[in-house]
Design a protein around this ligand. Structure first.
Ligand code: HEC
Length: 128
């Protein structure tokens, strides 16, 4: 009969430990979402070629895919180039880190940039 109260105390500590673990896990989840650019933070409603898509391609792709002899013969300089290769570009950007076909080769772009590129395709690749 002595074990009743002891069990309650241990049970209370167990519940407390679970609560703390839950709080810690939730905290980590939010940290990860902040780092990756969660769908909540990511504005995919207002995507423009001129202010979003072209700068992304200039910063991450044109180093190799432009000029006189672009990598893989693929120049990604103007709206027309980018629109006609958009699905292939998205396929290369949206691969697992470490996939040898991932573009850019230096490392995967943040999830919000990829989501916004996808939105631009879904919107009909406007030159806006
Ligand atoms: C450091 C140089 C470099 C950068 C930066 C780079 N690429 Fe590439 N890309 C290559 C090379 C080299 C190949 C050919 C080898 C291959 O297919 O993986 C290639 C191939 C491709 C292909 C396949 C072309 C074909 O016809 O088969 C696509 C699509 C592509 N890149 C898209 C992109 C996109 C989108 C970006 C920017 C997000 C990008 N690349 C950034 C070097 C680069």
């Amino acid at each position: 009969m002595e074990s009743g109260p002891i069990f309650l105390v241990m049970n209370g500590r167990f519940v407390l430990a679970m609560l703390m673990a839950a709080v810690t896990l939730v905290g980590c989840t939010y940290d990860d979402l902040d780092t990756l650019g969660s769908p909540v933070d990511c504005d995919t409603f207002d995507v423009s070629f001129g202010s979003d898509i072209l700068p992304l391609v200039m910063d991450n792709c044109q180093g190799c895919h432009s000029g006189g002899s672009p990598a893989a013969g693929l120049a990604l300089e103007e709206h027309g180039d980018i629109a006609s290769s958009a699905e292939a570009m998205l396929d290369r950007m949206d691969r697992d880190p470490g996939d040898p076909l991932l573009m850019p080769q230096s490392g995967k772009l943040d999830s919000c940039s990829i989501a916004r590129f996808n939105t631009w395709i879904q919107n009909g690749k406007p030159n806006n």
